[in-house]
Design a protein around this ligand. Structure first.
Ligand code: KG4
Ligand code: ZN
Length: 369
């Protein structure tokens, strides 16, 4: 099944072409136009600008992806069998562009359309094949010759999705059946990283900036709170941590954010702050693992690119074997991308869970369950 996939829910316009079968999904091509350099100037995503940028980029990306070589290096625009598109949750200005594009193509090509929930996409990002595990038989590089050792989610599964817009713990009894067992009561983990980075005058998105600085700091230096860590539920709250970071900076640095008044460095601040977020994310996930005893634990979403979070959770889960820990094979698939939407959409396409182009709607508040 040849799938054309579209993702435009935030600040990445992403289009992918996948060749999916029972063996899994092969990525033939994926092209993503990031808007980070534009939004950086404003310290965060500006919805109006995001919508305009998606509208400018989407058709050239669709053309480029459809034109990529499939067999024997031959190019040529070809018609896919199915279109998958993120139709929520996310920014309405971005979602509309993706959904309207998918809808138009579905109508003119007369091919079915699958509406995919963005979170479902992040969950399935862990099944995107890792090219390192590709075995090339011989000769030319064609998608058919590439054998991929696929990682399939075993159910029941628990997923921690941590991104700029979401922090959720999801229990999946079986494929396609979702139960949100915990979520953030205020800011998402990525949002907390980004807002705190902004206080430090670091560029957007702040998560990677803080984690880079954290590598050279002492995570035990500053005692930041671990909100809700000991509450007997699976919910999160990061707004208080952000405020506590703000007050710490007010009390320990001067108005040019110079740390010379403090015994600690900027690196110590970042390491301690990052550790507080990791302790809460990992602690709540382990609590869920102990209760639900899943076969697979998934860590996905932009924050899952955080090296220390990946290592911490991997280590804590190892201590509780026999659970399997699944991560996106490379950090670029932790971020928003059209490939993960195609992989999630393939499961729905197999079951003929299509949405007619007449009915599909961009829904910025679409809840998975
Ligand atoms: O999933 P994503 O690309 O977009 C949303 O759906 O929100 O996630 C983006 C978020 C941003 O908040 C960014 O700061 C965060 O992921 N992020 C990180 C790291 N890389 C990206 N947070 C912490 N450490 C990182 N290395
Ligand atoms: Zn996302």
């Amino acid at each position: 099944m040849l799938i054309l996939s579209i993702e435009s829910s935030c600040d990445d316009t992403s289009v992918a072409l996948l060749d999916c079968s029972k063996k899994g999904c092969f990525v033939i091509s994926e092209k993503t136009a990031s808007q980070i350099d534009i939004h950086k100037k404003y310290g965060g995503v500006v919805p109006e600008i995001a919508g305009r940028m998606h509208a400018e980029k989407i058709i050239p990306l669709v053309e480029e992806v459809l034109d990529s070589p499939l067999e024997g290096g031959k190019g040529g625009v070809r018609k896919p069998d199915v279109i998958t598109v993120t139709s929520g949750p996310g920014l309405i200005t971005g979602l509309l562009v993706g959904v309207e594009t998918a809808k138009t193509l579905s109508y003119i090509w007369n091919i079915p359309l699958v509406a995919v929930n963005h979170i479902e996409g992040h969950i399935h990002s862990v099944e995107i094949p890792n090219p390192k595990s590709k075995i090339r038989n011989s000769g030319q590089k064609t998608s058919c010759e590439l054998q991929v050792k696929n990682s399939k989610i075993q159910y029941p599964a628990i997923a921690l999705i941590a991104s700029g817009g979401h922090t959720e713990l999801i229990y999946m009894k079986k494929q396609g059946q979702y139960k949100i067992i915990g979520s953030t009561l205020d800011d998402a983990a990525g949002e907390c990283f980004d807002k705190t980075a902004k206080m430090l005058n670091l560029p957007y998105p702040g998560g990677p900036q803080i984690s880079k600085l954290a590598e050279f700091g002492n995570p035990q230096a500053i005692k930041f709170p671990r909100p809700m860590l000991n509450d007997k539920n699976y919910n999160f709250s990061f707004a208080g941590l952000k405020t506590s970071a703000l007050y710490w900076l007010k009390n320990h640095t001067d108005n040019t954010l110079n740390f010379h008044l403090s015994p600690f460095t900027l690196n110590d601040f970042c390491a301690s702050f990052e550790q507080a977020i990791i302790d809460v994310l990992a602690g709540k996930t382990i609590r869920a693992v102990e209760k639900f005893k899943p076969k697979t634990i998934i860590l996905a979403g932009g924050v899952s690119a955080n090296k220390k979070l990946r290592e911490t959770l991997a280590q804590q889960i190892k201590e509780k074997s026999p659970f399997t820990f699944f991560l996106s094979p490379f950090t670029s698939y932790c971020m928003d991308n059209a490939t993960m939407i195609g992989v999630a959409g393939y499961y729905k396409a197999k079951e003929k869970k299509f949405t007619s182009w007449k009915k599909i709607k961009a829904n910025p508040n679409w809840r998975l369950a």
